[in-house]
Design a protein around this ligand. Structure first.
Ligand SMILES: [Zn+2]
Length: 103
């Protein structure tokens, strides 16, 4: 008998559910050597390819999508609403303080 207890970490392997970083502005990275990459400036939102809005409901018209960057909840300056929306249902309810109190 083998144990099949595998941790579920949000299914990061699923390409169709891939979340990219999007931001209202972009700037040239100022570290390293040229050519400098474009990097997000300001709050980083999560965006699914083909969507017209971010996960938190902002219209992304005119925004920059960073195709080489996967949205990460641990990244610098992430949108809290996008982080929450990107979490699996189970984690979301676990993080809900109201539910935690009644448990
Ligand atoms: Zn957002």
């Amino acid at each position: 008998m083998t144990s099949t207890l595998t941790p579920t970490l949000g299914g990061a392997q699923h390409a169709e559910g891939q979340l990219y970083v999007t931001a209202t502005h972009k700037v040239r990275a100022t570290v390293g050597r040229p050519p400098f990459d474009w990097v997000p400036y300001g709050v980083q939102h999560a965006w699914k390819a083909g969507a017209r809005k971010t996960l938190c409901g902002e219209w992304t018209s005119g925004w920059t999508v960073f195709w080489d960057r996967s949205f990460s909840a641990t990244a610098h300056q992430t949108c809290p609403a996008c982080v929450e929306a990107s979490l699996p249902e189970a984690s979301r309810s676990r993080l809900d303080p109201a539910l935690r109190r009644t448990a």
